[in-house]
Design a protein around this ligand. Structure first.
Ligand code: RFL
Ligand code: PHB
Length: 390
């Protein structure tokens, strides 16, 4: 088989790239290791920047998002026993974020792909990448015991942090920047109304907590936990008790608890691989970088990467210009590093670190007080949270 672009991975990066390329008249196939149901069962992100929403609109898959997504104008920061609202819409001259689960984004993109009949191979085993240094890259995979080979012009590695694409590059061609945090997030999803209309990010001496949501009837809550903890050590009651300890009295009063429908622990990591292009292989999304979830940036970065990549490939195919693919890595990384900085900083001011002593706790408190009382600080937080321009 021969195709213009072979995409590895059917997460948000791969699926959105597939739709953008199709809109630009560029043929593509997606190879995904898991089955469709497995991909859809992964509970992850919930906050979409306006730029991400615009890309979904561009490829015609934003109808349900506009019907069911919740527009949020701000967030709340909880510390020192009280909550403080950050009005992001006001601070950014009208920008907002949309609450709509990654699962729903993925489902909408998969449905759109199926409707137009673009090829996706689920349960593609042993995907291997070949000759991306030359002019004729190839991708091999095994499906139902049979080996297949695809010849292509380009390979897009959208296969997440543990994928094969980044690992196919020789170690001397890639440079890794990494920070592993000494804690994780224990998250639960429950069929209960959210405690507040907006997200609450809480700094507490027992550790960070986050109150998020998926809809008016479905909540997502997180508490900072230790890395050696296990989700099955946490009964629902134990989780709710711990969350309550980290919230202000008014929020505790309003919190509706109920059985969890998902419970899992995610470690926190900052990670960037440079560059993001190796000959005819491009990395995009979590395959190239990871941010701790505190800034809600991971999915949004996957979207901006594939926007840069799709535009570059369009320039190549329709205008015969290599300028876009030549600067892809540099353009994408410039935005990636700003989101890395923001996510690292949000993580550092909101969590308890093993070495958080009285001094650093006071510094965090001073920083949070400054954030909610200075117009300039509020604006800096807000413009990053709603998403920096592409
Ligand atoms: P994904 O979603 O990991 O998809 C990669 C796909 O590639 C497949 N794959 C392979 N396919 C073929 N062959 C192989 N060898 C393969 N290896 C892997 C995988 O099965 C998978 O289907 O990466 P992608 O597309 O780059 O998307 C990135 C986002 O998923 C990620 O950044 C976000 O979920 C991060 N994130 C958040 N991002 C936000 O923007 N806002 C948020 O509010 C937010 N909250 C979160 C998050 C991530 C979390 N966890 C669990 C890490 C909250 C959490 C708790
Ligand atoms: C979520 O709803 O899962 C979520 C929201 C905001 C974050 C991280 C995760 O910063």
């Amino acid at each position: 088989m021969r195709i213009q672009v072979a995409i590895i991975g059917a997460g948000p990066a791969g699926l959105l790239l597939g739709q953008l390329l199709h809109a630009y008249g560029i043929e593509n196939i997606i190879l995904e290791r898991k089955n469709r149901a497995y991909v859809l069962a992964r509970i992850r992100a919930g906050v979409l920047e306006q730029g991400t929403v615009s890309l979904l609109e561009e490829v015609g898959v934003a109808e349900r998002l506009h019907r069911e997504g919740l527009i949020h104008d701000g967030i709340e920061l909880a510390f020192g026993g009280a909550r403080h609202r950050i009005d992001m819409k006001q601070a950014t001259g009208g920008k907002t974020v949309t609450i709509y689960g990654q699962t729903e984004v993925t489902r909408d993109l998969m449905d759109a792909r199926d409707r137009i009949g673009l090829k996706t191979v689920y349960e593609a085993d042993d995907v291997t990448l070949h000759d991306f240094d030359g002019k004729r890259p190839r991708v091999r995979y095994v499906k139902d015991g049979t080996t297949h080979e695809i010849e292509c012009d380009f390979i897009a590695g959208c296969d997440g942090f543990h994928g094969v694409s980044r690992q196919s590059v020789t170690a001397d061609a890639i440079r890794i920047f990494e920070r592993v945090y000494p804690f994780g997030w224990l998250g639960i999803l429950s069929e209960t109304p959210p405690v507040s209309e907006e997200l609450i990010y809480a700094n507490h001496e027992r550790g960070f907590a986050l109150c998020s949501m998926r809809s008016h009837t479905r909540s997502r809550y997180y508490v900072q936990c230790s890395l050696d903890d296990h989700a099955d050590h946490w009964s629902d009651d134990k989780f709710w008790d711990e969350l309550k300890r980290r919230l202000d009295p008014e929020a505790v009063d309003r919190l509706v608890t109920g059985p969890s429908i998902e419970k899992s622990i995610a470690p926190l990591r900052s990670f960037v691989a440079e560059p993001m292009r190796f000959g005819r292989l491009f990395l995009a999304g979590d395959a190239a970088h990871i941010v701790p979830p505190t800034g809600a940036k991971g999915l949004n970065l996957a979207a901006s990467d594939v926007h840069y990549l799709a535009t570059a490939l369009r320039e190549l195919y329709s205008e015969k210009s290599e300028a876009g693919i030549g600067s892809y890595s540099q353009r994408a990384l410039a935005r990636v590093w700003k989101a890395e900085r923001f996510s690292w900083w949000m993580t550092s001011i909101l969590h308890r670190f093993p070495d958080t002593d009285d001094f650093s706790a006071r510094i965090q408190n001073a920083e949070l007080n400054y954030l909610v009382s200075s117009k300039a600080a509020t604006a800096a937080l807000s413009e990053n949270y709603v998403g920096l321009p592409y």
